[in-house]
Write a protein that binds this ligand. Structure first.
Ligand SMILES: Nc1nc2c(ncn2[C@@H]2O[C@H](COP(=O)(O)OP(=O)(O)OP(=O)(O)O)[C@@H](O)[C@H]2O)c(=O)[nH]1
Ligand SMILES: Nc1nc2c(ncn2[C@@H]2O[C@H](COP(=O)(O)OP(=O)(O)OP(=O)(O)O)[C@@H](O)[C@H]2O)c(=O)[nH]1
Ligand SMILES: [Mg+2]
Ligand SMILES: [Mg+2]
Lengths: 270, 290
């Protein structure tokens, strides 16, 4: 039975190409195949799956700190889904009876505050905002103040999208983080980078550079309801040991799922 | 980068009296890896490598003092040809000419609509903007803010159905006598049948002179499927690559060129409304090569 399970070289190559097409990257695709080949006690598909699971960073189930509020900073490149994800997370926590306040720290992009305020309303959260063009760090500071004074369970800070090559905006992000920490020691308890599931190898540079300035503690991968498989997640998880907390699978409040490594690995398998 | 990597192989090639196919194949393997790492879709990579192989053998690379460099140049030329094919200005001869923007969620359509409007207005055209995005919160407001920034009229479509909105906006455009109407649409996934029917219906309603695919330059392997599927429902006449200010290699650009043969017209080079340039094929080819 074991002999029947073994793959020909051509089949292994086919698997490697499937991983490349899933955005795993050439090195990872090669590594998945070469590692799985070594596991002679396992048939090919389970072997590949076990290698993938090893690459995925383990996460402690509970990211909430012992005392409230739990402060979460959301970061990421332009258009990845930060604002929408904040709405989804708020809705999820509201459903658990938690009180949520959200800071509109994207004070730059056209109608960013208006967009966030719709999500705040839909999810039953509260909004802290200042004028368009205000200092994002000041908004973050105010929001934490409101979160503490109002006895909220969760404080979320929405930030403007930025590309990792923009030194000024990366410094701004570092400042937002510092100010959050000043406002509340221990905060931000979590910093999640939102990654578009359709992103190619640039995701690695994104996570690397953002983490250097913001101290990323987790990832959210969005738009996995499309054709993209998000295979780059294997690299992100393996290289940076960052757990994927949630995945976005659509544009409405309910379209958020906890990341399930085993299910994810299944979608990547050829 | 690729040129350095190939420098080593070139060194090896130079030592030989004639460049055998195996030495060439080693070079091509490095190229294949470099192109994949640059997010060029696998089927496109296969096509390019076979082209380069044929031309390199034909060019008798062995005769060159720098065989590795010659092969790189062949690849660079192939990329440039593929990317630069069929360059032509926007077709805006009808009054009003409609430009329809389509693409995935978050690609940069709304921002690009503003950039395009600003560019055309600077060129002396009478431009108007409209959004038929009835789903994303504050989508229409976003475009209205941009329109205001560049002092270009925003024409509001009536109702909440994208096709009806597009229709009524076009009527208003005709009445207003504007030369160009730029139609911003909601982002969508190509496997969403309903939304793909919708974009085809919007297209039918406004019969655009230009249908532009707005694609995030950091898109990975799915750029091929995405381009293919959009092109199938709404025959694209061009593409705009966004967020090229990130350190993205931009291999997705080749998928567009390879699948549709449509020209990449412009690139978005930043968040500001003036961060917009004409696409330079040779320079972009160099960037893909790293
Ligand atoms: N299909 C799909 N679309 C999504 C998902 N998450 C977000 N989107 C869409 O992606 C687009 C961008 O989302 P935003 O929340 O504005 O992204 P952002 O990161 O806040 O963008 P910026 O603030 O401009 O950087 C919107 O159209 C969202 O509806 C997802 O999981 N699936
Ligand atoms: N750095 C950079 N950001 C860009 C560029 N083009 C657009 N953006 C940003 O990308 C994000 C998404 O842009 P939008 O215009 O909202 O994208 P969209 O395609 O209209 O999104 P949906 O309507 O939700 O599908 C915004 O933060 C823009 O400012 C660009 O060329 N460079
Ligand atoms: Mg946002
Ligand atoms: Mg838009």
């Amino acid at each position: 039975a074991a002999a029947a399970e073994a793959w020909s070289e051509a089949q292994w190559e086919e698997a490697e190409e499937a991983f490349i097409m899933a955005d795993c990257g050439t090195e990872t695709a090669l590594r998945l195949v070469s590692e799985a080949k070594k596991r002679r006690h396992q048939p090919p598909l389970p072997a590949l799956k076990s290698v993938m699971l090893e690459m995925l960073a383990r996460k402690e189930a509970d990211y909430f700190p012992p005392d409230k509020p739990f402060v979460l900073l959301m970061i990421g490149v332009n258009g990845t889904g930060k604002t929408t994800t904040i709405g989804k997370l708020a809705s999820m926590w509201r459903g658990e009876g938690k009180r949520v306040v959200i800071g509109a720290a994207d004070t730059f992009r056209a109608a960013a505050i208006e967009q966030l305020s719709v999500w705040v309303e839909r999810s039953g959260a509260e909004l802290v905002r200042q004028g368009h063009g205000a200092d994002p760090a000041a908004v973050a500071f105010d929001t934490i103040g409101r979160g503490v004074a109002g006895g909220f369970d969760v404080v979320m800070i929405d930030t403007a999208g930025r590309v990792q090559t923009d030194k000024g905006l990366m410094e701004e992000l570092a400042k937002v983080r510092r100010v959050i920490n000043k406002a509340l020691p221990g905060a931000p308890h979590e910093v999640w980078q939102v990654v578009d599931g359709g992103t190619g190898q640039n995701a690695v540079a994104q996570v690397e550079k953002f983490r250097a300035v913001a101290g990323t503690t987790g990832l959210v991968v969005t738009k996995l309801d499309g054709t993209a498989k998000g295979g780059v997640v294997l690299q992100l998880s393996d290289r940076f040991r960052l757990p994927v907390r949630y995945i976005g699978v659509g544009e409405t409040l309910e379209d958020l799922m906890p990341f399930d490594g085993a299910a994810f690995a299944d979608t990547l398998l050829p | 980068n690729l040129t350095d990597k190939l420098g080593d192989i070139a060194h090896r090639l130079q030592g030989n009296a004639r460049v055998g196919e195996s030495e060439l194949d080693a070079t091509l393997r490095e190229m294949r890896l470099a192109l994949l790492e640059a997010d060029v879709a696998l089927p496109v990579v296969r096509h390019l490598i076979s082209e380069v192989r044929e031309q390199a053998l034909g060019a008798d690379v062995a005769k060159s003092l720098q065989p590795g460099q010659v092969v790189v140049k062949i690849l660079h030329d192939n990329l440039t040809d593929l990317l630069g094919g069929s360059r032509r200005p926007l077709k805006l001869d009808k009054i009003p000419s409609v430009i329809l923007l389509c693409g995935l969620q978050g690609a940069g359509k709304t921002t690009t609509a503003g950039k395009l409007a600003r560019m055309l207005a600077t060129d002396g055209k009478k431009v108007a903007l409209t959004s038929v995005d009835a789903t994303r919160p504050a989508a229409r407001e976003q475009l209205q803010v941009l329109a205001q920034q560049i002092d270009v009229p925003y024409l509001a479509g009536d109702g909440s159905d994208p096709v009806a909105m597009a229709d009524s906006a076009l009527d208003k455009a005709r009445v207003s006598g504007c030369h160009v109407l730029i139609v911003d649409t909601a982002g969508r996934q190509v496997i969403d049948a309903e939304l793909m029917d919708e974009i085809a219906a919007v297209d039918a309603a406004v019969a655009p002179q230009e249908r532009l695919l707005v694609l995030d330059s950091m898109t990975g392997q799915t750029a091929l499927t995405v381009t293919e599927q959009f092109h199938q429902r709404v025959p694209m006449s061009g593409c705009i690559l966004t967020k090229t200010d990130a350190d993205v290699r931009g291999g997705a650009a080749l998928s567009v060129a390879h699948i549709t043969g449509v020209p990449i017209r412009f690139v978005g080079t930043g968040e500001k409304i003036d961060a917009f340039e004409a696409f330079d094929a040779r320079r972009f080819a160099g960037r893909i090569l790293g």
